[in-house]
Write a protein that binds this ligand. Structure first.
Ligand code: FPP
Length: 242
């Protein structure tokens, strides 16, 4: 007999952004070094990328290393970049198999030559893929992205190509790192934290925020699906009256 209660509907957002948090806490709880948490976080990255691609998400942005993360101990930074490099090399076949196109969001200046090389190789190898766009935010800050856009615009004004009055939201948007990516419909943050932490400040203006209590290394397909079910319950008004 049916209870008459409708199952909540799973709605796949067009664009998803994730703040992968809680690697350190996960490791501490398991009595391990912090870096082991980052290592296990790779499994959650692989699952999230594959599931999002399978479900038809068009764009996924993962916050892998923030501008602020440069202040972490050098040993942790080195290990994080070693993991990133390993991911970029070892998961290239996963990206290809899932027709994922890789992008990088962030500043290149502080990234080492060998990271830039594997990053650029993976970006080039996947450039022809027609599936989900996956941007890894590495050495990324939302304020810095806006500063970078403003610098380019100021130079254009200086050269007489643009008047200040002609600058509107669309002009600024066009100068962000990847203007072709749709703004996130859903921002997921793990480990129970309720902060934006300088992530995609311009783009998350109308994103629905979902906080999962699960630490990132434990984040699995079921948690992603729970986020999509919750997203399906949201009423998005974009400031209007419905
Ligand atoms: C936050 O946990 C996580 C990070 C700063 C790094 C995220 C990196 C990965 C998941 C691994 C590599 C990524 C890719 C895309 C291959 P935290 O260290 O701040 O955790 P805590 O707040 O519990 O200390």
């Amino acid at each position: 007999m049916s209870s008459g209660k409708q199952q909540p509907e799973l709605v796949v957002p067009r664009s998803v952004a994730v703040i992968m948090d809680g690697n350190g806490r996960w490791a501490k709880k398991a009595g391990l070094e912090r870096i082991r948490g980052h290592e296990r976080g790779i499994d959650a990255v692989r699952t999230t990328v594959t599931e999002c691609a399978r479900l038809g998400v068009e764009a996924l942005v993962l916050y892998a290393f923030s501008e602020e993360n440069w202040q972490r101990p050098q040993r942790e930074i080195d290990l994080l970049f070693r993991l990133l490099k390993r991911f970029l090399v070892e998961e290239r076949h996963t990206l290809m198999k899932n027709r994922v196109r890789l992008l990088h969001s962030g500043r290149r200046e502080r990234l080492s030559k060998d990271i830039l090389q594997v990053l650029d190789e993976s970006i080039a190898a996947t450039a022809g893929n027609d599936g989900m766009q996956l941007s890894l935010a590495i050495s990324y800050g939302g304020r810095q992205e806006i500063v970078d856009a403003v610098r380019v615009l100021a130079a254009r004004v200086q050269r007489g190509e643009l008047t200040p009055a002609a600058i509107d939201e669309a002009t600024i948007h066009a100068h962000l790192y990847h203007p072709q990516l749709p703004d996130p419909d859903l921002l997921i943050r793990t480990a129970g934290e309720r902060r934006i932490s300088n992530f995609l400040l311009w783009q998350v203006s109308y994103a629905e925020i979902y906080v999962s209590d699960v630490c990132w290394p434990d984040f699995r397909a079921e948690h992603l699906l729970a986020a999509f079910v919750d997203y399906g319950q949201r009423v998005r008004k974009f400031g209007k009256v419905l």
